[in-house]
Ligand binder design. Structure first.
Ligand code: HEC
Ligand code: HEC
Ligand code: HEC
Length: 433
């Protein structure tokens, strides 16, 4: 009896040992980064490299996250919200004690390419290194060289404020094994130069997929669903699909994508919320050729079936018709002056609501937020003083806003699920971004 017990115990231990070995080897193998040894680039023209670095940092929008409101540029301290708590962006100025003063271009490359800090600490993916890993060594070196020319600012980094157990950085080994694949961008020879340039910029520095993809509960993105659109849960805005989905970008002409990304405005659409910020702080500075390349790449993307599933509103036809009828009266009263009787808007001034995916997306977060809190487009050189949309949260009840949004989602040929007062209420307290 005793012998049998010992045997079972020993067997159990051996099994556990085997499992641990398997798990550890999986973590080690999955966390390997084959390109890490790429040598630093040989620089011929330093001035050109610095200009290039400044330009690339714009495309990566580094300053926007790495600058606290009212704080010194690039000195860090801005909270980047995640569903698990806040992570604070680091000081990227060349200060020796608190910034990147002691970093080499190798250290910087390891952070960009492999998400590790100088001391080997794993970095949280709130820093979009799962995208930046695509950036070339030459471009990483140029950004680093540029950052080293900034005025040094002494400002300690702030520790992340994450809920347990997410505050344990060691968990990131598992996260990375599941979701992170390192690797620089590899050009596709069958595609044009513009397509490849666009792919490199959108997948890498532009980190579009960080917002425009659905995420699972651990914040991971399924590779097949990249750019299929998703709710940005930490910001509570919906980022529509950027692939060729028939409803959204699939209907845009390249020139419209270029205008939207550079000026924040097309005849029919106006960027808003976090996208207006991305355009104002980053994309408006991207050269015409590079934005054109992004449009070439985006409009060639095949649609993915991983986008949001249309939500059935479970309303009887007559019930929905009654809500739509009351919404129509509210539209007449509050909205028609700007968005016009047929929802066509005023070209390049007030966006069209008819035929707009910004109105009919399965997830109605954005139109609800616009009506509650109003909105401003991106202020850009192409459109320095964007028209604003006034807030209606204080003049309309949740029921009224639900009705008017349901109306615009179903008028003039639009077709979408109804919005409930509960849907509206959930966004009431969330002003601004
Ligand atoms: C969406 C916000 C965001 C953007 C955009 C962003 N970062 Fe960060 N970055 C962060 C956060 C948050 C951290 C801290 C991560 C942590 O503490 O694990 C960080 C950390 C870093 C680190 C590690 C610093 C250290 O001390 O270990 C480097 C280097 C860095 N970022 C460089 C960049 C560069 C270069 C760009 C632009 C190409 C950029 N970041 C864009 C949010 C961002
Ligand atoms: C910080 C999050 C964030 C990032 C990063 C981001 N976007 Fe967006 N984007 C949004 C949100 C939210 C919307 C919806 C609001 C709107 O339409 O203005 C949006 C809307 C858009 C639209 C309009 C699509 C439609 O069907 O209405 C385009 C085009 C777009 N983004 C392109 C891009 C590209 C290209 C990049 C990368 C260079 C990018 N975005 C990066 C959040 C983001
Ligand atoms: C004073 C003019 C004005 C009025 C009144 C107005 N809007 Fe707007 N609306 C705008 C402008 C300007 C924008 C673009 C705002 C932005 O880019 O953030 C906009 C954007 C929108 C959007 C987002 C469209 C897009 O392309 O992203 C929706 C939905 C919307 N309005 C619905 C309404 C509804 C419903 C009402 C009435 C309750 C209303 N608006 C009243 C001017 C107005």
């Amino acid at each position: 009896m005793k012998g049998a017990l010992r045997k079972t115990l020993l067997g159990g231990l051996l099994f556990m040992l085997l499992c641990s070995i398997l798990i550890v080897s999986w973590l080690v193998l999955a966390n390997r980064n084959p390109d890490l040894d790429q040598p630093a680039t040989v620089v011929i023209d330093v001035r050109q490299q610095l200009a290039q670095g400044a330009y690339l940092a714009r495309i990566g929008n580094c300053m926007s996250c790495h600058t606290a409101r009212g704080g010194a540029s690039y000195a860090g301290g801005r909270a980047v919200p995640t569903p698990f708590g806040n992570v604070y962006a680091s000081n990227l100025t060349p200060d020796k004690d608190t910034g990147l003063g002691h970093w080499s271009s190798d250290d910087f490359w390891r952070a960009m390419h492999d998400g590790k800090s100088r001391d080997g600490r794993l970095l949280y993916p709130a820093f979009p290194y799962p995208n930046y890993t695509r950036v070339s060594r030459a471009d990483s070196d140029a950004i680093f060289a540029y950052l080293q020319t900034l005025p040094a600012v002494k400002q300690e980094n702030r520790a992340p404020e994450l809920r347990a157990p997410y505050d344990n950085r060691l968990l990131l080994y598992a996260w990375r094994a599941l979701y992170f694949r390192a690797g620089t961008f590899v050009a596709d020879d069958t595609q044009s130069f513009a397509w490849n340039r666009g792919a490199y910029l959108t997948q890498g520095l532009g980190h579009c997929s960080a917002c425009h993809s659905p995420r699972d509960r651990w914040g991971g993105i399924d590779g097949k669903a990249e750019l299929a659109g998703g709710m940005i849960s930490s910001l509570n805005w919906y980022a529509p699909p950027l692939n060729g989905s028939a409803n959204s970008l699939g209907k845009w002409h390249d020139t419209e994508i270029v205008a939207f990304l550079k000026a924040g405005l097309t005849a029919e659409r106006s960027a808003t919320g976090p996208m207006a910020e991305v355009i104002a702080t980053s994309l408006q500075y991207v050269s015409h050729d590079d934005v054109q390349a992004m449009a070439t790449y985006l409009s060639a993307l095949p649609p993915s079936d991983k986008g949001p599933v249309p939500i059935d509103d479970n309303l009887r036809r007559e019930e929905k018709q009654a809500i739509i009828a009351s919404g129509a009266r509210l539209y007449e009263q509050h909205c028609v002056n700007c968005h016009q009787a047929a929802g066509q808007g005023v070209a390049s001034v007030y966006p069209a609501l008819a035929g707009s995916y910004a109105v009919t997306a399965a997830i109605a977060a954005n139109p609800i937020r616009l009506v509650l809190h109003g909105g401003f487009g991106a202020s850009t050189t192409g459109n320095p003083r964007p028209y604003g949309m006034p807030p209606f949260g204080h003049v309309m009840t949740d029921n009224e806003i639900a009705a008017v949004v349901t109306y615009i989602r179903n008028a003039w040929g639009n077709q979408a699920s109804a919005v409930s007062a509960r849907d509206v209420n959930q966004y009431r307290s969330q002003e601004g971004l």
